[in-house]
Design a binder for this molecule. Structure first.
Ligand code: IMP
Length: 201
């Protein structure tokens, strides 16, 4: 374990970057991201969330020669064999998530199944320049609604109803969503790891 004052979050997603900076700044670790530095272009060729997060984190760690972390996430729907899964971002035509939600609702209708169970998964991987890594997983179970509702959040939030609630993620505010979301849970495990190591990586 070495004491690093900086860590790179291998992402260009402004929402994720702001959230992660806010959470990690009390630990005295400066978070650099795609907003501050050039990151290597990588193809997400993995078959699991962990593989894709590792691909992104490792490419940055090797190029910058310091530990880097990245996340990968998606929606898995039971009645269609866990799809779209790692292909969630690409499942939406032209990354238009409104169209992606329509596509998913149609696909689910075609199965004639009453099973609407689904979950969001997120894996955060912290990779070291030598190829070693640690993975932190978060998951939230729920169901796919029959129609969209709510305007908050992003992606597939308007059609995902977390277990124990009767409203979609797009009807949660961000603090409430982060407490139970897949990304919030994965991030909490990552933060606990950083705290346990007192900022050493
Ligand atoms: P990535 O982790 O940035 O590759 O995101 C995968 C895709 O999953 C995103 O483009 C979103 O469409 C979807 N997704 C991931 N997390 C969420 C979430 O919290 N709410 C809604 N959609 C999500």
């Amino acid at each position: 374990m070495q004491k690093f004052k900086e860590i790179i979050f291998a992402s260009h997603n402004k929402g994720k970057i702001a959230e992660i900076r806010e959470i990690l700044s009390p630990l005295g670790i400066k978070v650099l991201s795609g907003e501050d530095i050039d990151l290597p272009e990588v193809e997400e060729t993995g078959k699991t969330f962990e593989e894709n997060a590792y691909i992104k984190a490792l490419a940055a760690a090797k190029e910058k020669n310091i530990p880097c972390f990245a996340d990968d996430s998606g929606l898995c729907v039971d009645a269609i064999g866990g799809k779209p899964g790692v292909y969630t971002a690409r499942y939406a035509p032209n990354r238009d998530f409104n169209k992606g939600m329509d596509k998913l609702l149609d696909e689910l209708k075609e199965t004639n199944s009453s099973n609407r169970a689904a979950h969001f998964s997120c894996v955060i991987v912290l990779a070291y320049p030598d190829g070693n890594y640690k993975a932190f997983e978060g998951r939230v179970d729920g169901a796919i609604a029959t129609q969209k509702s709510g305007t908050a959040g992003f992606g597939y939030d308007p059609i995902f109803i977390p277990t124990g609630f009767n409203r979609s993620f797009a009807e949660f505010d961000s603090i409430e969503k982060n407490k139970i979301s897949h990304r919030g849970r994965a991030l909490q495990k990552f933060i606990n790891f950083l705290k346990d190591n007192k900022g050493s990586l």
